[in-house]
Each structure stands twice: as structure tokens, then as C-alpha cells.
Ligand binder design. Sequence first.
Ligand SMILES: [Zn+2]
Length: 205
Amino acid sequence: MQGYIININKVRDEDLIITILSNNKKYTTYRFYGARHSTVNLGYKIDFELQHSYKSKIPQLRNILHLAKKWNTDREKMYLWQQYIKLFYNHLKEVDTIDEFYFNLIEKSYQLWDKQNSKRVAIESYIKLLEYEGRLHNDFICFECEKKIKNRVSLLRAFLPAHQECVYMQSFDALHVEELFSKKSTLFFNDTEIQKLWLIVCEGF
Ligand SMILES: [Zn+2]
């Protein structure tokens, strides 16, 4: 099987509880500490096997192969990737059977992560997620006063739009946000704005 490591928890001495997202399921697995084992890291894409036993409800994670990309050794890119992956873990915490949309979205980002600005990849993919879940507010009605927004738009968590004067937050050109919401493109945003949008993504899905 193949999947992404979306969470790692240390238990006892060096043993680990590892959560893996495969194309339509989330697995909680156990990994005993062993010096001969290959290292695993949050965000890794791996090929793996599960071994079930009568002694434990949690299957053992075995025969792990890291399906690495060159950028996995780039500290900064990997750190951003881990932040992004962690958001999926928190978002999908309560469910085990997971629509393959999420795996495919991660997969696409994994392929693009070093080909484009990683934060742009994350923002564009998050917009797709919001749309898929029916949570993309592209009507540009202010969350606070429920009136139409023109010119400048502030974005709250989950990219909820509001008037700047209603929420006293930084704002963006409404046309650029419209382009982002409809075409899933960050093309019109400069890098300073991308940083602001990335921080909104990091607030949580
Ligand atoms: Zn308003």
C-alpha cells in the first residue's frame, strides 16, 4: 500500500503511533523501535505493509519504503510540507474512511511542491478543498454584516470573506480574491500577500 504519514506520536521509549492516509482510508499503526529500521518522518510518502495480530487492535507497520522526492532533503520545503500535512490530520481526525479526493489533493501538491512556490501550491489546493466541501464563500457577502463586498475584502479563517471595516483586518483586492476562488490561481498576489494567505491556511482547515 502507499500513503502519507500525517501524524506521528511517540509512545513509551522509542515506539511510535503513526497515522497514514492512503487513497481512501486512514490507518493508525504501531511501530516498534528498532535500530535497523529506516527512519520515518511526518509528511513522508511511503510504501508499507500492515501486520495484524491477536495481541493488539493496532496493526504493526512493516516494510516501510520512503518514496522520496529530491526536495524532501530541503529543510525549508520539508518544514512547510509538514505544516501543510498536519492540517489534514487535524481536519480528518474524526473519520477513518476518507474520500479519495483528499489523497489526490495531497498527491498533486507533493508533485508540485518544488516546481512552484510551495505556499502558492498549498493555498490553491486549500481553495479546492473548501470548494469540494461546499465551504467556499464565493458570493462575497460579508460574514459580519451580510452585505455585498466590493473593492477590498478581508479573509478570516477558512477564507471567509468580510469587509475590512467590519472585522478590522488586513484586506486584499476583491478582484484578485475572485480570481483565486474561481480559477484556483494565486497569480495576482505578490509574495507578501501570499505569506498572509498562507498564515490564514495555517489557522486550520
Ligand atoms: Zn461587513
